[in-house]
Design a protein around this ligand. Structure first.
Ligand SMILES: NC(=O)c1ccc[n+]([C@@H]2O[C@H](COP(=O)([O-])OP(=O)(O)OC[C@H]3O[C@@H](n4cnc5c(N)ncnc54)[C@H](O)[C@@H]3O)[C@@H](O)[C@H]2O)c1
Length: 455
């Protein structure tokens, strides 16, 4: 513990029980300021807040009500943002590139992700024998869902399996984070664009074709690549599955194959044929997934390749890219910056959200099933919630007041073609695989926010 060092008063915005901010002052010994700078530059405002809290808890710094703060809050003056305080101690302003680095660090040693993966390992206990000694090929392995699968394999290899699982992990990083976060000699990375055939001398037992460009903002930026990965990429993976006589093949399709469903078909089951625009801004994604499904079924019917189709409905959770503009990470990012949550348009469109652990559990249950030639909705039907109510839920989860604002949709893909409702009927999934969602929207949301905060 530092003794009798010089200290500088630093003002910060502190939360009280209500939603108003008040000013308090804390005295930080000068020799700690360097630590704060480091944390602020690597973890941003929240890391800094966390460290100050730790210092206070350990009695290393004193927290005291400041006269000025009390006067300010009495007058109803809004406390200065934490960024102002950071500027005072000279913390560098966060850069986008650095934010990406931080997110990768968060993936590497996140307690929340580690806990999720341990739980997932438990939930999948009846299937451990299917992993043991088998070789998996996962495309899009460095994307949001792919990384959880890779973490799971790593955990099973380290903690559970007598014979480790091997995996070939393919990604071209068009949208995935480039850095590797695990090292395991059995999990082998290949930088590979799946629109080119992939050759390997290894036997392959299972293929999960998860490569895709899933965020509307990115698929409008890369429409041709989006179509290529869903069409040619899928074809290449199916050819490989045939050559290797795999035990099972999953094509990661999307709930977008239903387009903007007729309200009579919401919740939507797998028999609904969809209402998809051929020419709209989303069609490059939607049609490529529809084509991918048809191609997968053709390989099942023609060559007996044991394909299963997964149609995810709005997955969220730790590891989701904060910068890919999907609705939940977008709200959380704004809320943590204490900025108003931007609702594109009226906010009345309805969605349902599936926590990532549920999604991954369901994918493996389907992979190891005998349900070849079948498509499965994978999501959590409850609750179906409007985008506005979702924003309010995120705002409510914050310890300070956050506003919600309606803005003009910044992009055509949201303005004209956003489906009005999206809610899965998962009766088939429940019946044929025994899957039941385990995480409520609130649980998942709190876990995701904690991850965004660096946990
Ligand atoms: N996350 C969801 O809510 C959701 C919803 C519906 C469907 N899906 C589908 O599930 C799959 C996984 O989703 P995600 O959220 O992990 O997506 P993601 O965008 O986070 O990851 C996809 C990965 O695929 C890689 N990729 C794209 N094109 C490639 C190519 N040609 N060759 C090799 N790699 C390529 C990207 O670099 C990225 O790492 C995708 O196919 C997506 O379309 C996801």
């Amino acid at each position: 513990m530092p003794q009798k060092t010089k200290s500088k008063p630093v003002r910060r915005a502190a939360k009280n029980q209500g939603s108003d901010n008040k000013l308090i002052s804390i005295r930080i010994p000068e020799n700690m300021i360097e630590d704060l700078r480091k944390v602020a530059s690597s973890k941003g405002d929240l890391g800094y807040q966390q460290l100050i809290k730790t210092y206070i808890a350990k009695g290393l710094v004193r927290e005291e009500s400041s006269k000025e703060g009390a006067q300010a809050s009495a007058k109803g003056v809004v406390a200065p943002a934490l960024k102002e305080t950071l500027k005072k101690i000279g913390a560098p302003v966060l850069q986008i590139k650095k934010q990406e680095r931080d997110n990768v660090a968060k993936l590497a040693d996140s307690q929340i992700i580690a806990e999720d993966i341990r739980n997932l390992g438990q939930y999948l206990k009846p299937y451990h024998r299917y992993f043991s000694g088998k070789t998996f090929l996962i495309t899009g392995a460095f994307g949001f869902l792919g990384r959880y699968m890779v973490h799971l394999l790593k955990y099973l290899n380290d903690e559970v399996l007598e014979k480790p699982a091997r995996a070939l992990l393919l990604d071209n990083f068009v949208t995935g984070y480039e850095q590797r976060v695990i090292s395991d000699k059995n999990l082998i990375f290949h930088r590979h664009n799946v629109i080119k055939p992939f050759e390997t001398a290894e036997d392959v037992d299972y293929i999960i074709h998860a490569a895709g460009i899933a965020s509307p903002v990115y698929y409008t930026k890369y429409p041709i690549e989006t179509m290529d990965v869903g069409t040619t990429g899928t074809r290449n993976m199916l050819e490989l599955a045939y050559k290797k006589s795999v035990k099972s093949f999953i094509f990661m399709s999307s709930s977008e194959v239903y387009g903007d469903p007729d309200p009579k078909h919401v919740p939507t089951d797998e028999t609904y044929n969809g209402n998809v625009s051929i020419m709209g801004p989303r069609s490059c994604y939607d049609e490529s997934k529809r084509f991918g499904e048809t191609m997968s079924l053709a390989f099942w019917r023609t060559y007996n390749v044991p394909v299963k189709i997964v149609r995810p409905f709005n997955v969220f959770g730790p590891g989701i890219r904060p910068d890919d503009f999907r609705v939940l990470p977008n709200f959380i990012e704004h809320a943590l910056r204490k900025e108003p949550l931007p609702i594109h348009g009226h906010g009345k469109n309805m969605r349902s959200f599936c926590y990532i652990n549920d999604e991954i559990e369901a994918i493996f249950r389907i992979l190891f099933s005998e349900e070849n030639g079948e498509a499965f909705n994978v999501g959590n039907p409850g609750p179906e919630i409007s985008v506005r109510d979702l924003a309010l839920l995120v705002a409510k989860a914050m310890p300070y007041k956050v506003d919600v604002v309606n803005i003009d949709p910044p992009h055509a893909v949201y303005a004209s073609s956003d489906p009005k409702r999206r809610c899965p009927d998962i009766t088939k999934l429940r019946k044929l695989t025994g899957f039941e969602p385990r995480y409520s929207l609130e649980d998942g949301l709190m876990r995701t926010i904690r991850w965004f905060c660096g946990e």
